[in-house]
Design a protein around this ligand. Structure first.
Ligand code: ZN
Ligand code: ZN
Length: 343
């Protein structure tokens, strides 16, 4: 399998060859952790940056962090029917639609194309109610398909409302949730407006690798990310660049600066936590270029930085961080996929 490798960051050993890197990528069952950025945008529609969703593969664990618009299509591109049916766990940072609109796809497409185990969903307060309503909305669809012969196994949902602390610890995969600042505030006073619920970030540890997902947040000095993210391999942070001008559109776009982070704010977080690789994803507005983000971050953080794009892949293998493109695998027909034989 030939893969395009954009860059290899080596920590601990001095030289790594492309051959060694490829060996890491094709090892199925070792300590490799692989991330594929299915969507690196936010609510604003973009054909370049789909809604936020990151596919995480760690040994037998296949999970999504958020399931934004376009997740199903990008996941299919990333791994065909095997990936669609293989995801059995979704972490939801918060209930905004750009992070949740494809949960129903993760549930129903996964089931229809081969998942025969329940889908586990972990998210903040309110996720139970959201999933109850999604289940209710698609009851007719599920009943219909079961009636015509699709096995019922795999339609079950395991929904956990979680808050701070370790929320999953199985098979070498440890997931820690923490609160981030993304609840609506009164801009002049900075006081919370009192909406119920929470917004979360996650840290995933797997066999010595560590990845932090900021969720949506306005990172300040008080941010829990400064503690939980210290020294992680990858710190994936959202970012918003202020829109210039004073048109109604620019003003509306800039309203959300009260709950998102500018490159300056994120730069401080990166500088404090010193990840082996800092990564931008959930990029607002979607047309922001890597060069702009690098320029705006540099005065505050001068370490390793990657601006993610859709279908970028980051592999953590041994001491190496390998950044490349996910190979597209979605051409096959379901009939040829052998997904069901493997179950
Ligand atoms: Zn968002
Ligand atoms: Zn949000």
């Amino acid at each position: 399998m030939i893969k395009k490798i954009l860059s290899v960051f080596t920590i601990g050993i001095s030289i790594i060859t492309a051959a060694i890197a490829q060996e890491h990528q094709v090892s199925p069952d070792n300590d490799v952790m692989k991330l594929t950025f299915l969507g690196t945008g936010a609510p604003r529609p973009s054909t370049e940056r789909y809604g936020p969703s990151i596919y995480v593969e760690a040994g037998d664990h296949k999970l999504l962090v958020d399931a934004g618009p376009g997740m199903r299509e990008r996941l299919f591109e990333a791994g065909g029917f095997e990936a669609i049916s293989g995801v059995d766990h979704v972490l939801v940072t918060h209930l905004h639609f750009d992070h949740t609109v494809s949960i129903s796809s993760a549930w129903l497409s996964g089931w229809l194309f081969g998942r025969r185990v329940p889908l586990r969903i972990q998210g903040p307060a309110g996720i139970k109610s959201m999933m109850d309503n999604i289940k209710y909305a698609y009851q007719w669809d599920v009943d219909y398909r079961v009636m015509v012969g699709v096995p019922k196994e795999g339609t079950e949902l395991i929904v956990d409302e979680v808050s701070d602390g370790v929320i999953f610890n199985q098979g070498g995969l440890k997931i820690t949730a923490f609160q981030v600042e993304h609840m609506p505030i009164d801009i002049p006073s900075g006081k919370l407006l009192g909406l119920r619920g929470e917004t979360l970030g996650f840290r995933i540890d797997y066999k010595g690798h560590s990845v932090l997902f900021s969720g949506d947040t306005r990172s300040t000095e008080k941010s829990e990310i400064n503690n939980v993210g210290e020294g992680v391999d990858l710190l994936i942070h959202e970012v918003q660049v202020p829109s210039p001008g004073a048109t109604p559109e620019a003003n509306l776009a800039n309203v959300s600066l009260s709950v998102h982070s500018t490159p300056e704010q994120v730069g401080h977080v990166f500088a404090k936590t010193k990840p082996k690789m800092a990564v931008y994803s959930h990029i607002i507005p979607p047309g922001t270029t890597a060069a702009e983000l690098e320029r705006d971050t540099k005065p505050y953080y001068d370490g390793p930085l990657t601006v993610a794009h859709d279908m970028m892949e980051i592999i953590l293998a041994g001491d190496d961080i390998i950044i490349g493109e996910r190979e597209r695998q979605s051409d096959g027909k379901f009939e040829d996929s052998k997904v069901l034989e493997e179950k």
